[in-house]
Design a protein around this ligand. Structure first.
Ligand code: FAD
Ligand code: NAD
Length: 472
């Protein structure tokens, strides 16, 4: 039995844990990092990276099939699903060294490839090693939620943990859940030549502004994805290759494969949190605004802490706790500047308040300014005119931005910068974007805020006329 002592013990080597370990060790802390499964966690192995690589292949297939608008003959894409998944695996392999045990050992981190379990409020057991730490960071992520739907236990089904290991193209993929996983995978698969049906219990992309979600859903439906909303699944049946999903109203959907995409559950079961005095709630470990659990020496970040479940959130939270765990300085996590993006085509991105939330909070003080993609010259040249941006403005400052359209995920960063620094619309309008770029949309929407003030103002017109009378 080995005994170790350290300043910071990090449990979980995914997006959050790796960021803490890299930052803390390079700033001089003695760090031990535990990982029971794959270095890189969900994002690298079963989440962001494979899903975006799959989406990229699907985009190539779609471009071939839709080329004639550009004067190039359409082609029926010849999709080799196994080769597509090989591209997915190669993408993971090319990023893997950044998250590897060797790289982190190079930073001076002691990496132990075991699952950790608390044996006291300060001690964690990992294999035959006991670690005593000044501060512990729990970054154990989440796992696919698989609800106890009757019939599911005896039917083979896919989750994000098994989908990217598939080598045979599903003939007809049934997806339960119309959240970001469901919609991204639905569009990717329809573009790769599968039949796809999404069965959603409530509203698809229900966490997003419905006006934006509608643009995405219309696009997916146009491409052939069958999206059934308000269809809560009550039972599944059939056999491998011939699955059946039955909804509460008795409708039956038949397909060849089933993907479960109904949300996440926090990965806490191995941790023995009661021993550590760490409280949990429905969405995961309960944390305060400094990301400390009910045991103030134990932090929780990333998916396991509930809240917004994104890689960039886990990374941001790592920075917040490094400040407090290493320097003992108060450091609070904020959420108003945190964006998210769903990588369908068109993309959907949000930061800050949605229009409805902003109206609830600010009432008549709210102004909503918009700009449509079809007024953007680059979007016209690239036939990417679907979509719009709307920015929620209160007293000259943005309080939220919503974008649906080409590269929305890229464009939203400007608005995160604005919210993080409490910028004014005039500061966004002062920016100059190169022409012709999709990014001009951000400047033009800021312009749309000022145009009525400048162009419809009798005061401005009178001032210009009188100045013109006097200047030589
Ligand atoms: C299909 C899919 C697509 C996604 N796409 C995006 C995207 O495009 N953009 C985005 O921002 N987010 C995306 N996400 C979400 C993103 O993957 C997660 O928010 C992110 O991985 C969370 O990081 P984490 O550090 O909290 O957990 P993880 O990255 O899951 O890491 C947790 C690690 O802890 C380990 N672990 C668990 N228990 C223990 C234990 N007891 N001891 C030791 N180790 C343990 C696990 O093995 C795992 O490696 C996607 C998720 C999915 C499922
Ligand atoms: N682009 C991205 O950043 C990205 C992409 C994928 C996933 N993610 C992360 O992963 C998380 C999980 O994604 P998700 O799509 O699995 O979860 P989700 O919670 O966002 O969506 C799940 C959907 O399943 C539906 N549902 C639940 N039970 C059902 C049932 N019995 N029958 C029919 N529908 C049912 C829900 O109504 C919901 O709309 C996301 O919230 C996000 O944080 C991010």
């Amino acid at each position: 039995m080995q005994q170790l002592k350290c300043d910071v013990l990090v449990i979980g080597a995914g997006s959050g844990g790796l960021s803490v370990a890299a930052g803390a060790s390079q700033m001089g802390a003695d760090v031990v990092l535990l990982e029971g499964h794959k270095m890189g966690g969900d994002c690298l192995n079963y989440g962001c990276v494979p899903s975006k690589a799959l989406i990229a292949s699907a985009k190539v297939a779609y471009t071939q099939a839709q080329a004639s608008g550009f004067g190039v003959a359409d082609q029926v894409p010849q999709v080799d699903y196994a080769a597509v998944m090989a591209h997915v695996a190669e993408t993971i392999a090319s990023i893997e060294p950044m998250d590897s045990q060797e790289r982190f050992e190079g930073f001076g981190v002691r990496v132990i490839r075991e699952f950790g379990t608390f044996i006291s409020p300060k001690q964690v057991q990992a294999g035959d090693t006991t670690i005593t730490a000044r501060r512990v960071v729990i970054a154990t992520g989440s796992a696919p939620l698989v609800p106890p739907i009757p019939g599911l236990a005896s039917l083979p089904y896919l989750t994000n943990e098994t989908l990217f290991a598939q080598r045979q193209k599903p003939y007809h993929l049934l997806i339960i859940g119309g959240g970001p996983i469901g919609m991204e995978m639905a569009q990717a698969h329809v573009r790769l030549g599968c039949k796809v049906t999404v069965i959603e219990g409530q509203r698809a992309l229900g966490k997003d502004d419905p006006e934006l979600a509608q643009v995405v859903l219309d696009s997916l439906r146009d491409e052939g994805v069958d999206i059934v909303e308000g269809a809560m699944v009550s039972r599944v049946g059939g056999t491998a290759g011939a699955v059946e999903v039955v909804t509460k109203d008795g409708s039956v959907f038949k397909g060849s494969h089933l993907l479960m995409a109904v949300g996440r559950k926090p990965a806490t079961e191995r941790l023995n949190l009661e021993v550590a005095g760490v409280e949990t709630g429905q969405s995961g470990i309960v944390v305060d605004d400094q990301l400390r659990s009910s045991n103030k020496k134990i932090y929780a970040i990333g998916d396991v802490a509930g809240g917004m479940q994104f890689t960039h959130v886990a990374g941001y939270q790592a920075g917040v706790i490094i400040r407090s765990a290493l320097f003992g300085l108060p450091s609070k996590a904020k959420t108003r500047q945190i964006p998210w993006a769903t990588y369908t085509d068109p993309e959907l991105a949000q930061v800050g308040l949605t229009e409805r939330q902003a109206r609830d909070v600010h009432g008549v003080k709210l102004e909503v300014v918009r700009f449509d993609y079809h007024h953007n010259d680059r979007a016209l040249a690239e036939c990417k005119t679907k979509g719009f941006i709307k920015v929620m403005v209160v007293k000259g400052r943005p309080v939220g931005a919503s974008i649906v359209g080409h590269q929305a995920g890229e464009l939203i960063s400007t608005w995160s910068l604005a919210l993080a620094n409490d910028l004014k619309m005039s500061q966004i309008a002062a920016m100059v974007s190169p022409y012709p770029t999709i990014g001009e949309i951000n400047k033009r929407v800021a312009g749309a805020y000022f145009s009525p003030r400048l162009f419809d103002s009798q005061f401005v017109k009178r001032a210009v006329r009188s100045v013109q009378r006097w200047i030589p």
